[in-house]
Design a binder for this molecule. Structure first.
Ligand code: PRX
Length: 656
């Protein structure tokens, strides 16, 4: 967060009560009701979660034990058997609900398709049977590298139907990033499309898959299933690559859902951390299903007539939990959009709201700031009267953006839920409940019932009101990360060892800084580690640095975030060059492109600063704090006495 934003947040005093009509009709109607649920869940989490699991999900077999907590390893609904695809599809195949729209898809350029629950069930079963024909067995992993088309959701549900965990890789990641993830997950099959549409251009997804697999570089992958989307020419490797439309013809639409153990992995999703390559966050079946189900229901106050649109890409956890699994598990209608705002069609998001009479709209602050910039005449020219609830996720929302969202999009009648959570938490952790919680612009308010959150110092002691500290979670919750795939050490180190256990409670370390105000409201300030949040996307500085130093011109690289008006943060890279290379605009451009190729366009630095040296401590650690100040044009303050060579700082000041 920029200094200006922090100051505006600290002074924020406005309070918005839920509209009374909204409260009366909502699932959780008052703060008293919230408090009762919160207290119940805190006092007896097993009774609370056990009862919800029984009420809200279908189980093939009931569990023997709600929670087995051997810190930091939790098992939820031990011995229970269920299937997420069954809960999202089969149980809605009742005479009343089977013809309800499950998925509405708005594609580019101008395409649209929709699926009832019965139709979605049929397609998922067929894809599941095709995956079986390709030789997949329970426990095998599947890579999904798809544009935002219905088959992306169908592929995810098909994988879970037969017990093959998926790992979805965002379609904007490069072939290198895709390869790394497929290798780490040891995927056997990749599901992709010939291409996808992104801002009026075609993204050549299959070509990227071919590059990732070239020379048998991911030996575990034996088959690629290709969905036809754009119709462009692509190569098909004989024996390895198959068209979905070929394999599905004549395939049975009957594929019973595999009863999975509650703790069987549902999926792996890679996310950036502070060290090394992205880590594979493993989520387990039962807990994830329950938690995403109940958060969708209560946070978005879901009712049968709602049309729910979450604008995330399914390549991120938000898309997993709140486009696919949460809404479908609740039998709702979910909207999926392939497009994005762009100069050729700046009002496109509002066209979608108007066309489908969207009632709940969930997006990121970076998008809201872009909408603000594009101008309020665009939403004002559309009928947004169907909207009744708005959500925000991915980064702190600055009060100005919150107020604009409230006034222009919400017509001052829609509550806003600012939801804080992470890939690792699986579902929403801090959030208002829209019929109950009075909101303050910029605050994610209170923990969801069953979540015990606190702000502590590095020893685990709670800090006082309005004092900054580390945001931690004190009790296990159903959709918590179970493991870093293949790396229990990294799991322990990253999440459980930064802050020691306190009074017998293991503290989950989120990596975020926060404060609580005297009313107990949480204000999340952003990452306290070397993770940068660019336009709501999480990137590790190390990851970008490693990609920069893999370029022959680069000797050393240090990457920091700099506040940016629309994106929240932007990447600035400080570079020292190898001998025989000279700094130039052309080289800066080449380095940006290089990162784009290595990781993906989202990781491309906004700015490259060439320097003769990097500020380091005597033990050789780069002093990022100084670079952050320099990047954002602030005075370098604080202790600089540990600098090994002060002249480096002076030169940077002069040149930066
Ligand atoms: O820094 C927090 C920020 O996004 C991080 C998690 O990123 P990711 O795992 O990619 O998941 C994003 C979507 C859930 C967090 O550590 N973040 C997310 N939501 C908020 C937020 N920061 C402030 N307020 C939020 N509402």
């Amino acid at each position: 967060m920029s200094q200006a934003t922090i100051e505006s947040v600290l002074q924020e005093k406005r309070l918005f009560n839920p509209p009374s009509q909204f409260s009366q009709e909502s699932h959780i109607k008052s703060m008293e009701e919230y408090q009762r649920l919160y207290d119940q869940a805190k006092a007896d989490p097993e009774a609370f979660w056990g009862q919800l699991a029984e009420q809200e999900l279908h189980w093939f077999q009931k569990w023997d034990q709600v929670l087995d907590w051997q810190p930091p390893f939790a098992q939820w609904f031990v011995g229970g058997k269920l299937n997420i695809s069954y809960n999202c599809l089969d149980r809605h195949l009742t005479p009343e609900r089977q013809d309800k729209l499950a998925l509405i898809w708005e594609g580019e350029p101008g395409d649209s398709r929709s699926f009832t629950y019965a139709q979605l069930h049929r397609d998922v079963c067929q894809m599941a049977n095709v995956l079986k024909q390709l030789g997949l067995k329970k426990g095998d992993r599947v890579g999904i590298y798809m544009p935002m088309i219905p088959e992306a959701a169908i592929a995810m549900l098909a994988c879970l139907r037969i017990g093959t965990p998926h790992t979805v890789v965002f379609g904007g990641f490069s072939s290198e990033a895709l390869k790394d993830r497929l290798l780490d997950a040891e995927a056997k099959v990749v599901i992709t499309a010939d291409g996808g549409w992104r801002k009026d251009a075609i993204v050549p997804l299959k070509e990227q898959v071919d590059k990732a697999l070239a020379g048998n570089s991911v030996p575990s992958v034996h088959s690629v299933l290709v969905v036809q989307r754009t119709g462009q020419q692509i190569g098909m490797a004989p024996g390895r690559d198959h068209w979905w439309h070929d394999l599905r013809s004549g395939v049975s639409a009957d594929c019973p859902a595999e009863p999975m153990d509650s703790e069987d992995p549902a999926f792996i999703l890679y996310t950036s951390g502070t060290t090394g390559k992205p880590k594979g966050v493993v989520h387990a079946t039962g807990g994830y299903n329950l938690y995403t189900h109940i958060t969708t229901k209560w946070v978005f106050d879901l009712h049968p007539s709602d049309v729910f649109w979450c604008t995330a890409d399914i390549g991120w956890i938000t898309g997993h939990s709140y486009i696919v699994y949460g809404p479908l598990s609740n039998g709702a209608t979910t909207v999926m959009y392939e497009g994005a705002p762009r100069s050729s069609n700046p009002g496109c998001m509002w066209d979608v709201v108007q066309k489908y009479r969207v009632t709940i709209f969930y997006t990121a602050p970076t998008a809201i700031r872009l909408f603000m910039k594009m101008g309020e005449h665009l939403p004002k020219a559309r009928d947004l009267s169907s909207l009744r609830l708005l959500g925000s996720v991915g980064e702190p929302i600055n009060p100005a953006a919150w107020m604009w969202y409230h006034r222009v999009i919400g017509g001052e009648r829609c509550p806003i839920v600012d939801t804080w959570w992470q890939t690792e938490t699986g579902g929403i952790m801090l959030t208002p409940l829209p019929g109950a919680t009075p909101t303050k612009p910029g605050s994610a308010t209170y923990p969801f019932p069953g979540i015990v959150a606190d702000v502590v110092d590095l020893d685990g002691n709670p800090v006082g009101d309005n004092q900054g500290g580390y945001l931690v979670i004190k009790q296990p919750w159903p959709s918590m990360i179970r493991m870093v795939h293949g790396n229990p050490d990294r799991f322990r180190r990253t999440y459980w060892e930064h802050i020691p256990p306190k009074d017998g409670d293991y503290l989950y370390f989120s990596g975020d800084g926060a404060r609580r105000d005297p009313d107990g409201y949480f204000w999340v300030m952003g990452r306290v580690d070397d993770v940068i949040n660019v336009a709501g996307h999480r990137l590790g500085t190390m990851e970008v640095e490693s990609s920069l130093v893999s370029h022959p011109a680069v000797a050393e690289a240090a990457v920091v975030g700099k506040p940016s008006e629309v994106k929240g943060e932007e990447i600035v890279a400080f570079i020292t060059l190898e001998e025989n290379y000279t700094a130039s605009d052309t080289l800066a451009k080449e380095l940006k492109q290089h990162v784009g190729q290595e990781i993906g366009a989202l990781a491309r630095p906004g700015e490259i600063k060439f320097t003769e040296g990097l500020p380091k401590t005597r033990s050789g650690k780069i002093m990022r704090r100084l670079l952050r100040s320099l990047a954002s044009g602030q005075e370098v303050t604080g202790d600089t006495s540990t600098l090994e060579d002060r002249s480096v700082l002076d030169k940077l000041r002069g040149g930066a």
